[in-house]
Design a protein. Structure first.
Length: 118
């Protein structure tokens, strides 16, 4: 089992920045870490993901504005969000996909609210 705890959400004006953190209860080495978000009435969607070696993947709607990073030594993944827009308002969830031999297990954090005012 892995517990994921997100922090860093809050209320910010459009154009502002926030940095989300996700701390894991055990090593995330070898895992795929991701940030997802879910706005009211919408499905949860991928925002960004990062593999253990550092390669990243971003949703088109955040490219150039958000940056995902990880610190394996601290078992933590980050999401730096710049140039925030009202449409970025959502609950942001941390996700970990951890390999166990040939299988993978997925874990979710409890979510952190991000609200961007216009």
């Amino acid at each position: 089992q892995v517990q994921l705890v997100e922090s860093g959400g809050g209320l910010v004006q459009a154009g502002g920045s926030l940095r989300l953190s996700c701390a894991a209860s055990r090593s995330i080495f070898g895992s795929v870490m991701g940030w997802y978000r879910q706005a009211p009435g919408k499905q949860r969607e991928l925002v960004a993901a990062i593999i253990s070696g550092g390669s990243t993947n971003y949703a088109d709607f955040v490219k150039g504005r958000f940056t995902i990073s990880r610190d394996n030594a601290k078992n933590t993944v980050y999401l730096q969000m710049n140039s925030l827009k009202p449409e970025d308002t959502a609950v942001y969830y941390c996700n970990a996909k951890i390999p166990y031999g040939s299988n993978w297990s997925a874990y979710w954090g409890q979510g952190t609210q991000v609200t961007v005012s216009s």
